[in-house]
Write a protein that binds this ligand. Structure first.
Ligand code: AHR
Length: 660
């Protein structure tokens, strides 16, 4: 790989004009006095878009497990005598269940089978946990549960099964472990009735190998990929789904906690937002809910950042005020109470109503919530006139909690210019900025934060990604420009305290929006080049910003800088300096980083250099070729007080430099 980079560098140098030598000055005189880089600086934005939750991170394999989709048997096929009923269900918020009755002939069958999310995908040798709530109307019956491969050309379709005796006419939970002796991508979960009439509800199947082996667990590979980013903050549950298409379909966190069987279904706006990418079976089971989000934050060592509704349904979808809660304190009360109760759920004593529920769910210790966001992409006076009541109430009850407001959906312009001063007036601690923008925008924003007001709210770059003009999919060049832009975030870490790329996840068979950071099918996942950029910043965030300039100016792709973007931090934990350089030009360039302020006897000891490069700007990682664009690490010697390197065209570098 080393040779590959050397060859690329040489190729770039010979193919294009070599630019003039650049000298960067790194001020090493008082590294720990530089602005601190927040622990929350690089994080994760999670939204249930592109089948990110059900069918994605949430490891449940059964779609419509509680028969609550508006078409009660969507995702299911039934055969024989099957009836959907609502009388006497065990879970009040999920009233539907199915009754399976014998068809009256020994050779005829009754049962149901589920198609899963893009198939029930089973791996040979793996173990699966099946569970169902059931009752036998006449006191005794039996079901057989099977993992089947309908297209199997062998003697049997069955690749795993379990028999379950149902006894008693009271609802009870039954469980079985199924071992798979075959693999299938587009399999099904089949249930046969072998006995008298039974009622079934909340039919569930999980791989035993979930993240940390938890029962209501997450897909291990996806949770691991998130953890490997070393995220400092975890924002959830969105995005637009916070707002809802209408207020009824907004994300309601209280519906997402407590026993999973009794969490009601919610619409998912991404089911129908884009008619050209329509997914009629996309709902939110809330199986991955706020408790699970808090737990995952804790697992990853990231600060949880929940975003709640401000009483405005999605403004893109609702132009009239009637879709929104009136801007009075009384009308907003339940929404404000949701915020206060959430803080209690996360942090309250176990004697409080919501703290008690947290403890009952298995986490008596507080989650130590420090931030809350109110409103997603809101705009006009509709937003601040509502937000003010939230700010008042949260400040009064919880002065320790930092509040995140929004600057609307655009990176600049009318709403942005209106909302920022409004957020200042309201005293928001952080302001969420969103930018899904093309290459030209990313190349022009290197100095974006250099002149931001240092006394006002801090910045949360809450959703961003380079959307290539005509190339709106994940590819290397977009990630390089994200890296270039992020050097500007880092240089301004005193004002930018959080940044989260978005969206996070996408199922290859179920996406509505791209680019996204991590893609997957039911059994594999792939990290994009943008993932690696985020990871390189997350792993190399350092502790303090140090000044890095060229001719006294920030290095942000300006005139005389030939497409170079760079920033530097010091890491007080191991005493290294970390210099990040994105060369967005088509020329290789000679760069000398001059260390100013070292003692006479001090010198550079050596460095590691991590390089992210691709042979083609449109190169991408795919499920079949996941390592097309990956970081390459090399170790080098160094001496003296300057580091001279040749940076290849269209390449991102992270230098981690040790000083004697
Ligand atoms: O990330 C996808 C969407 O982009 C989010 O839901 C929304 O906040 C933004 O418009």
């Amino acid at each position: 790989m080393k040779n590959k980079i050397a060859a690329l560098t040489l190729a770039a140098m010979t193919a294009a004009t070599v630019s003039a030598q650049k000298t960067f000055v790194l001020d090493a005189s008082k590294p720990t006095k530089g602005a601190d880089v927040a622990s929350t600086m690089y994080g994760i934005f999670f939204e249930d878009i592109n089948y990110a939750a059900d069918g994605g991170l949430y490891a449940e394999m059964v779609k419509n497990r509680s028969f609550e989709f508006p078409q009660a048997l969507q995702g299911w096929e039934s055969f024989g005598k099957v009836e959907v009923r609502t009388d006497g269900a065990p879970f009040e918020r999920n009233p539907h269940y199915v009754r399976l009755s014998p068809v009256g002939h020994a050779h005829k069958r009754t049962g149901i089978q589920n198609e899963g999310f893009f198939g029930v995908t089973v791996q040979q040798g793996a173990e699966y946990r099946f569970s169902v709530w059931a009752r036998a109307i006449d006191g005794q019956s039996k079901i057989t549960v099977e993992l089947v491969d309908p297209a199997n050309m062998g003697e049997t379709q069955v690749i795993g099964s379990a028999d379950i005796e149902i006894s008693g006419n009271e609802w009870k939970k039954y469980t079985a472990t199924i071992n798979a002796d075959g693999s299938v991508q587009k399999g099904k979960l089949r249930i046969f009735l072998y006995g008298a009439t039974v009622d079934l509800e909340h039919v569930s199947l999980f791989p035993a190998n979930t993240w940390k082996g938890r029962e209501n667990g997450l897909r291990a590979d996806l949770a691991q990929a998130l953890t490997d980013l070393h995220p400092g903050v975890f924002r959830f549950p969105g995005g637009c789904i916070v707002e809802g298409t209408d207020l009824e379909s907004r994300y309601q966190w209280k519906n997402s906690v407590g026993p999973v069987e009794n969490r009601p279904l919610n619409e998912n706006r991404w089911h129908y937002t884009f008619p050209h990418r329509f997914f009629p079976d996309y709902y939110q089971s809330y199986g991955l809910g706020f408790f699970e989000y808090f737990l995952l934050s804790e697992d990853m060592g990231a600060e949880p950042l929940p975003i709640l509704s401000v009483g405005l349904a999605c403004q893109f979808q609702n132009e009239t005020e009637s879709a929104h809660v009136a801007a009075s304190r009384e009308a907003l009360d339940p929404y404000i109470q949701d915020c206060l109760d959430l803080i209690e759920f996360a942090n309250g004593a176990t004697t409080t109503q919501w703290g008690k529920l947290r403890a009952e769910m298995g986490h008596a210790e507080p989650f130590n919530l420090k931030y809350i966001g109110v409103g997603n992409e809101q705009w006009d006076a509709l937003y601040p006139e509502r937000l003010k009541y939230f700010v008042e109430a949260i400040r009064k009850a919880h002065p320790e909690i930092k509040i995140v407001g929004s600057s609307g959906p655009d990176s600049e312009g009318k709403q942005f210019d209106y909302l920022w001063p409004e957020m200042k007036k309201l005293g928001a601690d952080l302001v969420d900025e969103h930018f899904y923008r093309p290459e030209t925008w990313f190349l022009s924003q290197g100095n974006r934060y250099d002149n931001y007001d240092r006394k006002g709210p801090k910045v949360f770059a809450g959703e961003y990604a380079c959307h290539g003009a005509g190339k709106k999919w994940n590819h290397f060049h977009a990630s390089l420009l994200e890296a270039a832009f992020m050097t500007g975030l880092e240089r301004n870490a005193d004002v930018v305290r959080m940044a989260t790329y978005a969206p996070l996840f996408a199922h290859v068979e179920g996406w509505q929006w791209r680019p996204d950071m991590i893609w997957y099918d039911n059994s594999r996942s792939v990290k994009t080049a943008s993932y690696y950029v985020q990871q390189l910043f997350g792993h190399n965030k350092g502790t303090n910003v140090v000044s890095l300039t060229q001719d006294g100016k920030a290095i942000a792709g300006n005139e005389g800088q030939d497409g170079l973007f760079a920033s530097a931090v010091y890491d007080a934990q191991d005493g290294t300096y970390i210099v990040k350089v994105a060369n967005t030009s088509d020329n290789a360039q000679d760069v000398t980083v001059q260390f100013k302020g070292l003692k006479k006897k001090q010198g550079l000891k050596g460095y590691t250099v991590t390089t992210l490069h691709a042979d083609s700007p449109v190169a991408e990682n795919t499920l079949d070729a996941p390592a097309t664009v990956v970081p390459v690490v090399d170790k080098k010697d160094a001496a003296g007080q300057a580091l001279s390197v040749n940076v290849a065209a269209q390449t991102f570098y992270v230098f981690r430099i040790s000083v004697e």
